[in-house]
Design a protein. Structure first.
Length: 235
């Protein structure tokens, strides 16, 4: 039974890297300069913090419970918590996605209507803010969905890979059991946002292809429209 839940022990750092990534997003949203927040400025970071705190507590409890569990009812409680953690994490990621897209739409609308002000520097900073947030968001999506996501690893039958990483193509016993971590998905999100296409990691499923298309489209819109307009203002 322990083998089904050991991912929470061996991959503990990945879970906290993901929680830390959400905290970085909250900080970035608070640093937006222009009035482009989706709703009141406090709404997005406030809602995300409300979800992040219990999610982090549940993650810490589960990691501790995996180390101490001995009886069947312990493992059953852990399995229930893992399911709740997965749905809470997906809900939080979805909320962040909506808020960031809303901020981008507000900024694009302000630019098209000429109400974004004449300070090109602040527009560039906000565009960079949205772009970085977009990279982190899709790193969370990739990490949460590939192979069923870490929270459900060991609870479901063998899940199909959504991405083909280079390590998965190497015929080497030393890395035959290799699994991608959060940093691998962050790198995937970064390269997709900068190249607007796959680089060393290929999408294998329709879900992965749609996610990568969405990230590239948002990134392209941010760079091509918002940043270009800000540069024109500076000129």
């Amino acid at each position: 039974m322990r083998d089904r839940h050991i991912v929470f022990h061996h991959r503990a750092l990945d879970f906290w890297l993901a929680r830390g990534a959400v905290l970085i997003i909250i900080c970035l949203q608070l640093l937006v300069i222009n009035d482009i927040s989706f709703g009141p400025r406090w709404l997005a970071p406030g809602l995300e913090a409300i979800l992040l705190v219990p999610l982090s507590i549940a993650t810490a409890w589960t990691q501790s419970a995996v180390r101490d569990a001995v009886a069947d009812h312990h493992w059953q409680a852990i399995a229930r918590f893992r399911g709740l953690i997965r749905w809470a994490a997906l809900g939080l990621t979805g909320l962040i996605s909506v808020m960031n897209c809303g901020a981008l739409i507000e900024l694009v609308q302000a630019l098209l209507e000429g109400h974004a002000g004449n300070n090109g520097t602040t527009l560039l900073v906000d565009a960079l803010n949205i772009w970085v947030t977009n990279v982190i968001i899709f790193a969370l999506w990739f990490w949460s969905t590939d192979r069923g996501g870490p929270p459900t690893c060991g609870l479901v039958d063998r899940a199909h890979s959504d991405f083909l990483f280079p390590q998965m193509t190497i015929n080497d016993r030393g890395i035959s059991d290799w699994l991608p971590g959060f940093v691998d998905y962050l790198f995937l999100a970064f390269t997709n946002a900068t190249a607007f296409s796959p680089t060393d990691t290929l999408p294998l499923t329709a879900r992965a292809k749609i996610l990568m298309m969405a990230e590239a489209m948002i990134s392209l819109l941010t760079v091509a429209l918002v940043a270009a307009r800000a540069v024109n203002i500076l000129a």
